[in-house]
Design a protein around this ligand. Structure first.
Ligand SMILES: [Ca+2]
Ligand SMILES: [Ca+2]
Length: 107
């Protein structure tokens, strides 16, 4: 199996997990996050709020990370959540998944 196919398989597996947890994650954010101010830090958008709706690591952000990971667009440095110099790699995708379910907070 080529590296690209392996990456695609990993991404599809993550997508399946994200699909299962996205409704739960959205519900958690509705309960615990003030959507009007949560995504704005010192006048700029918080890490993981790719769609700039004020909610980091929501379903839309997860979709954007996944699309970046599979190469649908060229990801910039915002998608390098673990700061390893590689945007939208498997670790960044895993961090976004963990953030979406509240296991970690993206700073
Ligand atoms: Ca968002
Ligand atoms: Ca990275």
């Amino acid at each position: 199996m080529s590296v690209k196919i392996k990456q695609l398989v990993v991404c599809l597996a993550v997508l399946a997990v994200l699909t299962m947890f996205s409704a739960l994650a959205l519900r958690a954010f509705e309960l615990h996050v003030n959507a009007e101010t949560a995504g704005v830090v010192n006048g700029s958008w918080a890490n993981g709020d790719f769609n700039h709706n004020g909610i980091p690591a929501d379903a839309g952000d997860l979709t954007m990370m996944l699309n970046a990971a599979v190469g649908k667009f060229i990801a910039d440095e915002k998608y390098d959540l673990n700061a390893n110099g590689i945007s939208a790699d498997a670790a960044d995708l895993a961090m976004m998944k963990d953030a979406s379910v509240g296991k970690i907070e993206l700073l």
